[in-house]
Design a protein around this ligand. Structure first.
Ligand code: CA
Ligand code: CA
Ligand code: CA
Ligand code: CA
Length: 488
């Protein structure tokens, strides 16, 4: 493919995305904050004028309509802290005289008002009806601020026909607009059926779960038990368990996941976090605000540090950033000699939980890169992986749907989103499997295989469990086995 006819921006995007594309085995769009599934040259059209909106793309499959949006600044699609006023319009009946006007686009039968969080749909009698984002299956990634976004819109629920062409448009508050027309594609949506069993070679299965204070509610406990028996984690970082004792949680786990000749080990911090482990917890650091690292005697050489986290909710971006700063000061101390804590070199540290990561995502940038915001209070920046690089944010795509959201409330104006994360030092551990679990989107056959009920996900909690299988790297990260050169 020649880059000659592409704008410099598209060339840059192409260079960025091609490595991801080649790594993708299946084709299809996943709403997962990874844009390697989009065709960079074919799907993006540049905006007509200079402004916040740089480019937009559109594609379809049998299940959804998909938008790809690129901005020149950090934007959170369903929030207004960076006002962007983006509307998405679709003309599904091929008739410009039915539907609504979106800037220079006529005939939009569906208009998604992202920032104001509603969908306006036109009826045949000329009136419009408002629906919530969740009612119309509008799904978005990333949930926190980014320059690039992907959005899906359910076809069936929005009355999109099975064949024909649709015209689409993206318009920003800036007045910038990108429009196009495509034939509807009925290729099935990206098929997902991640095995819930632990990956071959996995040494530790770690999970994080916001338990929503339901550890004394019978229906929730039954659903939790089925989920944990299906997932079989070794270590679980829990949040929203402040009302319960470590002994209460230990007894529950001993019932659900009995250990031969012993009990689960449960450590509780000074507020709403716990870390539960099949293996002994040897050291606890309960004083970090809303974050709780512990050392676990993992079945590999050396220990495993697991940090359960539950960052400030909602409109609290500054506080989340302060909390991330405080944890990162601890991690820097743990990874360097001197101070209060010294971890043996290359001790894997896994951080996760309900990070409530909405708004600009400043806290996530700090957690991933070690760029501390308040260096006067928390000390200098550092590289949070032992190999001198950033941490890796796991996608944890749902096991049975190509979506990354871990929180969903169909009665809320807020779209389903990814609030629950696992961050790993991929310089010292390999991630062999990762997923979150939405039981309602599994097939009946898959649920039977794992002993799950359709409603277990939201019966257990308002957050889904996130899971990762880890193996400690046994060679120095960044080095490759030496290959013999062929004589010529
Ligand atoms: Ca994607
Ligand atoms: Ca129309
Ligand atoms: Ca230290
Ligand atoms: Ca800094």
């Amino acid at each position: 493919m020649s880059d000659r006819h592409l704008s410099p921006l598209l060339s840059a995007l192409t260079a960025l995305l091609l490595p991801c594309l080649t790594a993708t085995a299946q084709t299809g769009i996943a709403i997962d904050h990874d844009f390697g599934d989009w065709n960079p040259a074919g799907d993006l059209a540049t905006a007509d004028t200079v402004g916040p909106l740089v480019a937009a793309g559109f594609t379809t499959d049998a299940e959804n309509l998909y938008f790809h949006l690129v901005y020149d600044r950090l934007v959170a699609l369903d929030e207004s802290w960076e006002p962007h006023g983006t509307r998405l319009g679709v003309d599904i009946d091929g008739n410009t005289s039915t539907g609504q006007i979106v800037g220079g686009f006529q005939g939009a039968d569906i208009v998604v008002h992202l920032q104001d969080r509603y969908v306006s749909e036109s009826n045949t009698n000329g009136t419009t009806e408002q629906h919530s984002l969740n009612d119309r299956y509008v799904r978005m990634a990333p949930t926190y601020g980014g320059e690039e976004h992907e959005v899906s819109l359910g076809r069936a629920v929005n009355g999109v026909p099975v064949a024909g062409t649709v015209r689409w448009t993206v318009r920003c508050g800036s007045g910038q607009q990108v429009s196009g027309e495509v034939a509807l594609d009925n290729t099935p949506a990206l098929a997902m059926a991640t095995p819930l069993e632990r990956a071959e070679g996995a040494e530790v299965r770690v999970a994080f779960w916001n338990m929503n204070r339901r550890l004394d509610e019978a229906p929730a406990l039954e659903a939790m038990g089925r989920i944990l028996q299906a997932v079989q984690p070794d270590v679980i970082g829990m949040s929203e368990v402040e009302d319960f004792s470590a002994a209460h949680v230990r007894d529950l786990l001993d019932g659900w996941l009995p250990l031969e000749g012993g009990s689960w080990h449960v450590a509780k911090d000074d507020w709403d976090l716990m870390v539960c482990s099949r293996w002994p917890i040897t050291t606890e650091y309960p004083d970090i605000y809303r974050q709780f690292p512990v050392l676990v005697d993992a079945p590999w050489a050396g220990d495993l540090m697991v940090a359960a986290s539950h960052l400030k909710c909602c409109n609290g971006a500054e506080q989340r950033r302060t909390e991330a700063d405080e944890y990162m000061a601890f991690l820097r101390d743990a990874m360097t000699e001197g101070g209060d804590v010294d971890l043996p070199s290359k001790t894997p540290v896994v951080y996760g939980g309900d990070l409530n990561m909405v708004g600009p995502g400043w806290a996530m940038q700090t957690l991933l890169t070690g760029n501390i915001h308040d260096e006067v209070a928390n000390g200098p920046d550092f590289a949070p992986d032992w190999d001198g690089t950033a941490l890796r944010e796991l996608t944890c795509l749902q096991s049975d749907r190509a979506m990354d959201y871990t929180w969903r409330n169909d009665n809320s104006s807020w779209g389903a989103g990814k609030l629950d994360y696992i961050l790993v030092q991929d310089g010292v551990v390999k991630v062999l499997r990762e997923f979150s679990l939405e039981t309602s989107s599994m097939t009946a056959e898959r649920r039977t295989q794992y002993g799950l009920e359709p409603g277990d996900d939201l019966q257990a909690s308002d957050h889904y469990i996130v899971v990762a299988d880890l193996k400690k790297r046994d060679r120095r990260p960044g080095t490759k086995p030496v290959q013999l050169k062929k004589a010529n």
